[in-house]
Design a protein around this ligand. Structure first.
Ligand SMILES: C[S@@+](CC[C@H](N)C(=O)[O-])C[C@H]1O[C@@H](n2cnc3c(N)ncnc32)[C@H](O)[C@@H]1O
Length: 275
């Protein structure tokens, strides 16, 4: 499958899927998503150019595992729940989480990615794909607002600007009756950090660092001030997880340091808010 027609922002889905594929090929995987490997093998692309360093692979795999755990807990507590994956890319999270048959799962992404998904990711009986721009108001109307809902985003918010993230959060809490919003986060990312990221990352014009837009925030309670319907439920850092023992050396040292330097822990956190 050729992906040269994807827009640069859509191409960001290739790196995260490739990272999970590489993780699954390793002797001691963190996530162990064999679907990701199968998906990547169906795509004709120079994946080696994407900058999937061992540290990026470990962090992408671990944050997916942490988000999977949030989803599993939510659907176990309420098997009538709906799961919405915003900026779902090529992710096989539904296969990994394997929710009860009463759960509905909706993947939302831009049309080019949904088209590619349909070609390379196997269908799942409880999953529906919606081709939409999450910055437009109408994607929510594709998901009925009558059941507790967990809306999650793995790797999406970094590409939106702050106003877009605020509007998106308000749209979620305005539409769904109750539930959880969960997403990965990098803490505050200064303009200088963003520029350094661009300069030091892959030279590929479609590198995710070149699409970075979100300045982020330090205090995990910040989204509560953007949307009073949100209450912080949990802030967890990948840097504090037992899987850090499987990290490459430099990242393992950073994870040890993160116990004393909270700004390092914030660089790889998963946040959850109840509404
Ligand atoms: C880094 S990828 C992550 C994909 C997937 N969540 C994963 O873990 O592999 C970011 C995804 O967000 C999608 N995306 C970015 N901006 C979007 C928007 N405005 N509306 C819908 N999807 C968007 C991209 O197309 C891409 O699939």
């Amino acid at each position: 499958m050729d992906v040269s027609g994807l827009a640069p922002i859509e191409q960001t889905a290739l790196l995260t899927e490739y990272c999970r594929a590489l993780d699954s090929r390793s002797a001691r995987p963190i996530l162990g998503d064999s679907h990701a490997d199968a998906t990547v093998r169906r795509i004709d692309h120079d994946f080696a150019s994407l900058g999937a360093t061992p540290s990026v692979v470990a962090l992408v795999a671990l944050r997916a595992k942490m988000l999977d755990e949030c989803l599993s807990r939510f659907v176990a507590a309420d098997p009538s729940a709906v799961v919405v994956d915003l900026g779902a890319g090529l992710s096989s999270a539904a296969f990994r989480v394997d929710p009860p048959p009463t759960v509905d799962w909706v993947n939302v992404d831009l049309p080019g990615v949904i088209g590619l998904r349909n070609a390379v990711v196997p269908a799942h009986e409880r999953v529906r794909d919606v081709a939409a721009n999450v910055l437009e108001p109408d994607w929510v109307t594709a998901v009925p607002p009558d059941r507790p809902t967990i809306v999650f985003a793995d790797g999406l918010f970094a590409f939106l600007d702050e106003d877009a993230v605020v509007s998106l959060l308000r749209r979620i809490t305005g539409h769904f009756p109750s539930g959880v919003v969960a997403f990965n986060d990098y803490g505050r990312v200064s303009k200088a950090n963003q520029v350094i990221g661009r300069l030091t990352s892959s030279r590929n014009a479609n590198s995710p660092h070149r699409q970075w837009n979100f300045p982020g925030f330090k205090d995990a309670r910040q989204p509560e001030s953007w949307d009073p319907a949100l209450r912080l439920l949990d802030e967890s850092s990948a840097m504090h997880r037992p899987e850090t023992a499987q990290f490459p050396t430099g990242l393992r040292i950073a994870s040890r340091l993160s116990r004393r330097v909270p700004s390092i822990a914030r660089k790889a956190r998963v946040l959850q808010y109840r509404f």
